[in-house]
Design a protein around this ligand. Structure first.
Ligand code: COA
Length: 329
């Protein structure tokens, strides 16, 4: 049966590294608190004039090169982001134009930090149905531009970056199953209060810092602990697999305590869980593709391995996917 598989991966992290010590200079925080509560040590911040599409283009070009296809071979580009260049047009269209994907449709997908896993689920449906052969999914974020430096509970958590994957048809392995979930009743625990039709941007919304990311850490933490493990188990069951079959878990990189609780539910040893949030912090929709690209680059994912991707985020949303890995071309 025709399935979708990842044939190319790319990632891009801006050069500027901000350590916890750097943050101590202007936020009432400490390296000790951030490390202990989150696992984060450094993150990357894009320069002031750099946008989500700038980062996305770099990741996309690397993914195309690795897949050995040209931009005009692409049928569709899906970009997952909560920090689009503009409310509209879609960042996917800006990337489509800049990489020269002249035959591709393009749209943005908004599922918070679950966006990339949502994206590959949509992409694999297009491929499985036979409608498209070459689909690119990009997660790209410039979260540094929407952080409230007066809110120490959130501003220390996030970073900038982009990751991209090319998906193509396969007759063996590939994405075996995926599962998407949402609970909009928790939407007000993680959101950007102003700038949309509910509260258009005004002097007042800016004065009130409502154009920044707002999060209530504790309910989001509890939600994440609950969903990361259960979503992973659910997708394994859908694929007819057991937790003992998992060779590598690539989770959303938000907090080591959240990742550990998911690993515990799957009874996975540390070497079977990919973690890089110490280096990059939480890069939202970019976190899973950056982690996947890095794990593959390091040779930690090999032909035939069972790989689980799992994420949670604003919406609230969660998503999981299980793949039988096919080595990249
Ligand atoms: N530096 C130092 N102290 C801080 C701090 C910081 N950056 N941020 C908060 N604190 C303080 C609080 O003010 C509080 O002090 P108090 O006890 O005197 O009131 C104390 O640390 C504990 O705060 P709390 O919010 O209970 O900490 P926590 O253990 O819940 O950790 C988070 C906070 C944000 C790390 C945690 O809730 C979390 O990871 N939530 C999920 C976030 C997430 O994953 N978001 C991404 C969604 S995709």
């Amino acid at each position: 049966m025709r399935k979708a598989t990842i044939t190319g991966l790319g990632k891009y992290l801006p050069e500027k590294e901000i350590t916890n010590k750097d943050l101590e200079e202007f936020v009432d925080t400490s390296d000790e608190w951030i490390t202990k509560r989150t696992g984060i040590k450094t993150r990357r911040f894009a320069a002031d004039d750099v946008t989500a599409s700038d980062l996305g283009v770099k990741a996309a070009e690397e993914a195309l090169e690795k897949a050995g296809i040209k931009a005009d071979d692409l049928d569709l580009i899906i970009t997952a982001t909560i920090t689009p260049d503009m409310m509209f047009p879609a960042t996917a269209c800006l990337i489509q134009d800049r990489i020269g994907a002249s035959n591709a449709g393009a749209f943005d997908l908004e599922a918070g930090c679950s966006g990339f896993v949502y994206g590959i689920t949509v992409a694999s449906s297009f491929i499985e149905s036979g409608l498209y052969d070459n689909v690119m999914v990009i997660g790209t974020e410039v979260l540094s531009k929407i952080l409230n430096w007066e809110d120490r509970g959130t501003c220390v958590l996030f970073g900038d970056g982009a990751g991209a994957a090319v998906l193509q048809p396969t007759e063996k392995g590939g994405i075996l199953a995926s599962d998407l979930g949402s609970d909009g009743s928790g939407g007000d625990t993680l959101y950007q209060p102003a700038g949309g039709s509910l509260k258009p941007a005004s002097h007042e919304t800016v004065d009130n810092n409502e154009h920044y990311l707002y999060m209530e850490g504790t309910p989001v933490f509890k939600f994440a602990v609950k969903t990361m493990g259960s979503a992973s188990l659910k997708v394994l069951k859908k694929a007819g697999l057991d937790k003992s079959d998992v060779d590598m878990l690539v989770p959303h990189q938000a907090n080591t305590r959240i990742i550990s609780s998911a690993a515990k539910k799957l009874k996975l040893s540390e070497d079977k869980v990919y973690v890089n949030l110490d280096k990059y912090g939480n890069t939202s929709a970019a976190s899973v593709p950056i982690a996947l690209a890095e794990a593959e680059e390091k040779g930690l994912i090999n032909n035939g391995d069972t790989v689980v991707l799992v994420a949670f985020g604003a919406g609230l949303t969660w998503a999981s996917a299980v793949m039988k890995w096919n080595d990249l071309k």
